[in-house]
Design a protein. Structure first.
Length: 171
């Protein structure tokens, strides 16, 4: 094999490896997002974002029989902080240590330079007295941006299963 062929093949392998590394980094970032939700690591959660937008359409059905529908958009660091520290949602009594946000294995990632999109299913579970209940089922469309060599969340748009927006959100 001559040097030109070897160089071309090496360049192709480097491109493929870079694509796999980006895919892995995007998936891990989304998982860290969910872990921070569930463990009251609000500052760590905020660090995952650029200036960011969180667009939520969801109905939560709690094990105690209460129900809450959220149709709201939070934009920028101040509103994201307000969202993650809300005493009626993430800081709700009995939530931390008893909830699991799950992005799901059904994730499709597309990277184009320094931007990426990912779509996934999204389930929210809560444990009460040893029983696990599904509070919410939806899908998410994530937009990410590479900032200083690291992936950051730019936008999350979550749509509840059973709503007209559910299928459109998957793209």
């Amino acid at each position: 094999m001559d040097d030109a062929v070897t160089a071309r093949r090496l360049a192709e392998i480097e491109l493929r490896l870079g694509a796999l590394e980006d895919d892995k980094a995007v998936r891990e970032l989304i998982v860290r997002h969910d872990y921070c939700f569930d463990t009251m690591r609000d500052e760590d959660w905020l660090e995952l974002w650029t200036d960011g937008t969180y667009d939520l359409l969801s109905t939560l059905r709690y094990p105690d029989g209460s129900e809450r529908t959220v149709a709201q958009v939070w934009r920028g660091p101040d509103q994201l902080r307000q969202f993650i520290s809300d005493p009626d949602t993430h800081h709700r009594r009995g939530f931390y240590g008893h909830s699991m946000h799950v992005a799901g294995q059904e994730m499709v990632v597309a990277v184009a330079g320094d931007t990426a999109t990912a779509t996934s299913y999204s389930l929210l579970f809560q444990e009460v007295d040893g029983s696990l209940s599904i509070l919410s089922g939806a899908n998410s469309r994530w937009t990410l941006r590479r900032v200083d060599g690291s992936w950051k969340l730019q936008e999350r748009r979550r749509r509840q299963v059973g709503t007209p927006e559910f299928a459109a959100n998957l793209g």
